[in-house]
Design a binder for this molecule. Structure first.
Ligand code: FES
Ligand code: FES
Length: 162
């Protein structure tokens, strides 16, 4: 079936981007296959694992459950836009220092979920951190180091600096 693509504009990691998408295409597929951003991962494709988590207008979403067209004229941030080429985001820095990543598959999604959490709750309790990343499955780490690293990153960033 020949489906006509539609042009749309979005702000991706602070840059205005124009892209052609199919009406039923997910935001995850657009990011990975058309725009070449392979940080967001496809684990389940059904909203259960969190590996595809990105920010849509600052909120963490499972990009496998969002149609690309829903991002039209909106702000999308992926793991590629969390830090800069020169400076890691405090969360990335804390994850590296605590040796959180093992296989690494879940890490981009966890970091984006954690960043959205800290934007809303700058000084979360351990329970709030666990709740904030509850939608992100990790087969490797047991989560303990993740929670420690997120709490440390939260403490390192001055309030209102995000
Ligand atoms: Fe989107 Fe698993 S790939 S939640
Ligand atoms: Fe392997 Fe989380 S580090 S799934």
């Amino acid at each position: 079936m020949n489906v006509r693509k539609q042009a749309m504009t979005l702000t991706l990691n602070d840059e205005l981007v124009e892209v052609l998408v199919k009406p039923y295409e997910t935001l995850l597929d657009t990011l990975r296959e058309t725009l070449g951003l392979t940080g967001p991962k496809e684990g389940c494709g059904t909203g259960d694992c969190g590996a595809c988590t990105v920010h849509l207008d600052g909120k963490a979403v499972a990009s496998c459950l969002v149609l690309a067209l829903q991002a039209r004229n909106r702000q999308v941030r992926t793991i590629e836009g969390l830090g800069t080429d020169d400076t890691l985001h405090p969360l990335q820095d804390a994850f590296v220092r605590h040796g959180v990543p093992q296989c690494g598959f879940c890490i981009p999604g966890v970091l984006m979920a954690a960043a959205a959490l800290l934007a809303e709750t700058p000084r979360p309790s351990d329970e709030e951190i666990r709740y904030g990343i509850a939608g992100n499955l990790c087969r490797c780490t047991g989560y303990t180091k993740m929670v420690t690293a997120i709490a440390e990153a939260a403490a390192a960033v001055p309030q209102g600096a995000r």
